[in-house]
Design a protein around this ligand. Structure first.
Ligand SMILES: Cc1cc2nc3c(=O)[nH]c(=O)nc-3n(C[C@H](O)[C@H](O)[C@H](O)COP(=O)(O)O)c2cc1C
Length: 198
């Protein structure tokens, strides 16, 4: 059974919700689907001050922390990060940096890749965050599977690189059912290319 590892950073829960939904979709399709988090030493501080962080704090910290061994063992790797000034978060960036030795060893070459983000606004910043993650994967020789252009009733349009949730100014608009559908469309697109057995 092929392993699909979904690796998230999430401070206020939105990427956690998206990653959990993707994990369930891949598990239903017969993948060995796993959800991991990246290291975040400050999350407990935010949880004490922000209700939206506190809501998902235990769920997030109970996830296993992703390492480079997680990447090596997976056939399909999916990163999900909040958008920050047109980029991923420093915590996701720090995780991406740990893969540097794998560039030389070539251990990630030919693996498949997908990405998603959560952002506050309607600018192009989330697309840039997706591009950063896709570029990271391509630099390591992985094959980025785009969301592409999918016109489906009841499914919000997405940038070609991956899936974006718009969480509003204070990040409290949670992913709706329509976002779940966009994530399922993306999961099925990826599963057409990398099947659970092949
Ligand atoms: C310090 C900080 C900086 C942020 N910068 C941006 C930004 O530049 N662009 C954007 O669209 N959203 C920005 N956001 C909003 C988050 O991307 C958004 O709330 C997202 O839903 C958080 O995902 P999470 O709930 O998984 O943590 C920022 C949030 C914080 C706390």
């Amino acid at each position: 059974m092929k392993r699909c590892s979904i690796i998230i950073h999430s401070t206020t829960g939105n990427c956690f919700i998206m990653g959990s939904h993707l994990k369930d979709s891949f598990a239903e399709m017969g993948f060995d689907a796993r959800l991991y988090r990246v290291k975040d030493d400050d999350l407990h501080i935010l949880a004490n001050t922000l209700e939206s962080t506190n809501d998902f704090y235990e769920d997030i910290i109970s996830l296993g922390e992703a390492t480079i061994s997680t990447l090596i063992k997976s056939s399909l790797i999916i990163l999900g990060s909040p958008s920050r000034f047109g980029n991923v978060t420093p915590e996701m960036n720090a995780f991406m940096d740990t893969a540097w030795p794998l560039k030389e060893s070539g251990e990630l070459e030919g693996k498949f890749f997908g990405c998603f983000t959560s952002s506050s606004d309607e600018t192009d910043e989330p697309s840039r965050a997706l591009e950063t993650m896709a570029h990271w994967a391509q630099s390591l020789g992985m094959i980025h599977i785009p969301y592409g252009t999918q016109i489906k009733p009841g499914v919000p349009a997405q940038p070609p690189q991956g899936v974006v949730h718009r969480a509003g100014k204070d990040g409290t608009i949670r992913p709706a059912q329509s976002m779940g559908k966009a994530l399922e469309v993306y999961a099925h697109t990826m599963a057409k290319i990398v099947t659970p057995q092949n």
